[in-house]
Design a protein around this ligand. Sequence first.
Ligand code: NAP
Ligand code: MG
Length: 530
Amino acid sequence: MPTKTKKKAAFKLTYATMFNPPEELHTRYDKELARIKASLGQEYGMIIDGKEIKAASKIEHRSPINQDWLLAIFQKGNADDARAALAAARRTFPKWSHTPWRERVRLLRKAADLIDKRIYEFGVVMSLEVGKNRMEALGDAAESADLIRYSCDQMEANKGYVVRMGKDPLKGYTATNTSVLRPYGVWVVISPFNFPCALTAGPAGAALVSGNTLVMKPATNTPWTVRLLAECFRDAGIPDGVFNYVTGPGSNIGQELIDNSEVDGITFTGSFDVGMGIMRSFANGRYARPTILELGGKNPTIVSRKADLDQAAIGILRSAFGLQGQKCSACSRVFIERPVYQKLVDKLVEQTKKLAVGDPTDRNNYMGPVVNRSSYKDFQDFCAELGKSGKFLTGGKVLTEGALAKGYYCAPTLVADLPLDHRLWKYEMFLPITTIAAVDSLDQAMTLANDVNYGLTAGFYGSEKEAAWFFDKIEAGVTYANRPQGATTGAWPGFQPFGGWKGSGSSGKNGGGVYYVPLYMHEQIQTLIK
Ligand code: NAP
Ligand code: MG
């Protein structure tokens, strides 16, 4: 007889489900927070060829939540450390690339499981070093494990990317033709501060599972998260030297990783200017090498007069102000059909005023600080500029009351009446600032939406028929219609593969999707005549 006891459905954390987590998640995060805060200030080395490497210069790693909190000491690595890491990756490439792919899949799945096991540690560390709220931080870690698994799944689904081709119509001979995808060699992954785990683990997982060896360099603001990731690779049993973790300024150790001829391919995720600079320097090598760039965004949301305005309001706010607007997928522009403009703006303003800003490790706060002093200053400069030509509906200022004065807190800022030719309609500010305009038609909205160098994500609210029109016309790699979980944000591997068009990306294929892993391999045709 079938049992009548209802089994509680297991909770699967994604960016779409994170708004109603089970209580246990909070309890465990709080416990880990207390443990980590009691032992701050330790020193961490780089990991090169399996060894802990210390540099002569150090980085005092402080929290954007409170500058008095010294989180840890990290190494200010230099070009020599980059060269040592590349040499280790070169030395280990022959063996790793000839390790059967099923064994590589096994080790990487183990690493993914270790991330899950340490997820609260990852979450707390990301809250402390990035300023992410707890759910965003846990989401980043969970996504990282899933990105690695997705690359493993793809390797399996494609049976190691070995394909029998047709037989040539030869008389008197038999030909077997086989297509194999083979790894390039030494791969460099340079990641940004805002999704330090996922945007290192995603490319690293794909590079490693396909047989490349790896050097990864995190952003200066986020060495700790990526150190934890490196520990998961190490503890999973991935051999010494196959993955290497170096820390230090992009302009020095990062630039060496770009300029060195030992590098066979690179994945860079970060800003447009740095990424394009990297592409140009990287092109100075002896020959062309794969350069996967995942760059910025200036993501629009279009709202039709037929939209459900409650869905639109919540989706827009989540995407505008989640992670303090510092997502490449953040909704930074909103175009609303005039008949519903005022009604939607009223909702947006009312709900923005309710957003709690403060220490992001506190479960009651939705927004934490911005990542560093330079972003904090940018916010003040942009607000000064925006105040001259537009009107603040909310925010427009930094928050310095009480404990907030110790960190980099900015008020969620909505700007109206900014002339449509103002430069900040096209410039990625990467802060909790969203500009809003009324439009006369959906066609006008679409023209404006597409009139930028970027094409990362985009959102729409309206009828289903209009949504089909939106998907067809919008120039972006990740598009959503009628989604209250986030107008332009919240992609998850396997569900919404993530990548951009135009100035937002170079490969035209999205991470966490079916076309991604092959980017890390070159094809060889093997013809054997018998
Ligand atoms: P960033 O300033 O461009 O830095 C990204 C990485 O590049 C960091 O590790 C940085 O190191 C390093 N770097 C800087 N100069 C370098 C050089 N000359 N050579 C080699 N490496 C160098 O970006 P961010 O401020 O960390 O992140 C925000 C940007 O990333 C935004 O534009 C956002 O849209 C974009 N992003 C895109 C995606 C996507 O999937 N398309 C996802 C997330 C973020 P240092 O920190 O040491 O300078
Ligand atoms: Mg930056």
